[in-house]
Design a protein around this ligand. Structure first.
Ligand code: CA
Length: 229
C-alpha cells in the first residue's frame, strides 16, 4: 500500500518538484497551496505524513502545526527557509517531528520522511517482547527482569526495545541513533553511550548476568553471554 504524503507549500515550483520526486519514490502525493487548505487536508485526509512549509499565505506553518496538534499526532516535517536555531526549536516545541532547511537535498528529505514513518509505526505494536529474562509488555509499557519491575524513561524504553528486537546483532552507534533518535544525517552519537549507561544501571547492574555488551570500535550487542567488558 502506498504511503500518502501531504505537501503544504505555496511555491508552486517547489511543490511540483516535491510531488514528482515523491511519486517517483512510490508515495501518493497531494498538494495544498496555503495554510487553510493544508490544515483542512491534514485533518480530514488519511495521510501518513505532512511536509509543511513555514512561510505560507493566510496562516503560516507554525499556526497550521499548532492546529493540527490539537487533533492529530500525524508526523509533520517542517520545511523552513530559516536557518536560525530559534525557528527550529519553535517548530519542534509546537510538535514537529523534524525539519529540513531550504535548500535541502531530496535524499535528505526522503531519509527524514522514512525515519518519521518508522517512528510513527512503532507505538502501534501490541503484545509482549522477551529476551532472556527481560520482558517488555506493550499493553502496559512495563519492563520486567526476573519478574522485577524496572522503571525506564521513554528513551531508555525505546533503546531497550531496539536492542531486544535486534538481539544477537552487533549494532553500531549510528544505527542505534538512527533507529531510536531518528537522526539520519547528523547528531552526536555520544548520546547513545550516555543512554546505554543509563539502561545498564537499571537492566544489568542489579543483576548477575550482563546482557548489554560493548563491542569496541563498533557499538553494542544484546546477548546472554560474551567476554567483552
Ligand atoms: Ca513558502
Amino acid at each position: 500500500m502506498k504511503e500518502k504524503v501531504l505537501i503544504v507549500e505555496d511555491e508552486r515550483q517547489i511543490a511540483r518538484f516535491l510531488q514528482l520526486e515523491f511519486e517517483h519514490e512510490g508515495y501518493e502525493v497531494k498538494i495544498a497551496y496555503d495554510g487553510v487548505s493544508g490544515l483542512k487536508e491534514a485533518l480530514e485526509g488519511d495521510y501518513d505524513i505532512v511536509l509543511l512549509d513555514v512561510m505560507l499565505p493566510v496562516i503560516d506553518g507554525y499556526e497550521v502545526l499548532e492546529k493540527i496538534r490539537e487533533k492529530s499526532d500525524i508526523p509533520v516535517i517542517m520545511l523552513t527557509a530559516k536557518d536560525q536555531v530559534k525557528d527550529k526549536v519553535k517548530g519542534l516545541d509546537i510538535g514537529a517531528d523534524d525539519y529540513v532547511t531550504k535548500p535541502f537535498s531530496i535524499e535528505e528529505l526522503f531519509a527524514r520522511v522514512r525515519a518519521a514513518l518508522r517512528k510513527k509505526n512503532l507505538p502501534s505494536k501490541r503484545g509482549v517482547l522477551k529476551f532472556a529474562d527481560v520482558v517488555i509488555d506493550f499493553n502496559t509499557y512495563e519492563v520486567r527482569r526476573q519478574g522485577i519491575k524496572i522503571d525506564l524513561t521513554k528513551k531508555e524504553f525505546d533503546l531497550l526495545e531496539f536492542l531486544m528486537r535486534n538481539a544477537g546483532i552487533a549494532l553500531s552507534r549510528e544505527r542505534i541513533l538512527q533507529a531510536v533518535w531518528g537522526y539520519e544525517y547528523y547528531g552526536d552519537t555520544n548520546v547513545v553511550d550516555v543512554y546505554i549507561r543509563f539502561l545498564r544501571s537499571k537492566i544489568d547492574d542489579p543483576f548477575d548476568k550482563k546482557l548489554i555488551h560493548t563491542i569496541r570500535g563498533v557499538g553494542y550487542i544484546l546477548r546472554v553471554d560474551g567476554n567483552e567488558d
